[in-house]
Design a protein. Sequence first.
Length: 413
Amino acid sequence: MNEFSYIFLIFLLFGTGLQIWLAQRHRAYVTQHKNSVPDAFAEKISVDDHQKAAAYTLAKTGFAQKMFILEVAILLVWIFGGLLEILDQQWATSIDSELWRGVAVLISFSVISSVLDLPSTIYSTFHIEAKFGFNRTTSGVFISDLFKSLIISIIIGVPFATLVLWLMSYAGEYWWLSVWLVWMGFSFLMIWAFPTFIAPLFNKFKPIENPELKQAIEHLLSSNGFSSQGIFVMDGSKRSGHGNAYFTGFGKNKRIVFYDTLLDGLTTDEVVAVLAHEVGHFKRKHIQKRIIWMAISSLGGLALLGWLMQQQWFFNGLGVSTPSTYMGLLLFMLALPVFTFLLQPLTAWLSRKHEFEADDFAAEETNALTLIQALVKMYKENASTLTPDPLYSAFYDSHPPAPVRIAHLSAKL
């Protein structure tokens, strides 16, 4: 161990303690307010529904807290327990090429991590989600999804990882710039390909059939200059009782997708109001801003990695005695979240700012009261807590807390 080892441990222990404290605050706050529905929701959400949302939140937060502690322990084993070194040495005995050894190490690490995560995914899906009436995934669908995800990861991930490692080894001093260009191109390709080639492997998509709703949606889109490849309903109820809607793709390959569970619970006007919120992200150029932010942050991260790869103390401080391109990349991916956790309130604040702006747009295009009614129904059906701890929310919530969001919209009535 060296000085960087101790710096890493200090950040890790501080971040771990902070996250545990935030989770405990959140659980205590939700428990304290579980028997009283906030005034803004009193006429629409019963005490029983409010208590169900509180119990669901407590169950999820408690389980996530336990899994987080386990993840920290596994991270320490990978780094200071020598597991990364062992994995590297095992492949070194059978693969001479550093490029292909690196690919093997990255694949092995991904497989082991996925296997370690599998029990928590199973418990969350078949116990917590099932307990609160949300899980509709059968064991057959669950296994099928795992198999499909594995095949897609192999087909897409292995060539991409190979190309990145090759560039890191052979593209010269500024390899990180080449990798950044490849990464950005790959990201755009995946955004474009997802709705057409990947999503249909998991769900069925059919054009929206309700003529009244279709006409109202098309009017909203055309009046705002938004073109897409179609308006689709997805069989979200195949896996979950939660409802949602989203845009996917970009350019001429954009699609609008509604979960069937969402359409079942909202009126035509309410669906249009929810969609207007999503169109608001498009009109306020939030997608472009997020892409620019992703481009800048990824370029900075890769440039930092390029410098760290030349520092022996970086490898030694994280338990690796023999520097290599692939171990540098792997260590960077493991260490970066430890040092950037304190930036989460900033990114969450920016995201919530965009949500407020999209709500403002929806209130102008449709009706603030209609959007409020839709959101309240969605909070109820998804068992979303109405009383999150404010500090916890500041770190973790990409959307404004329910009372804050409703108060913001109510001020426009």
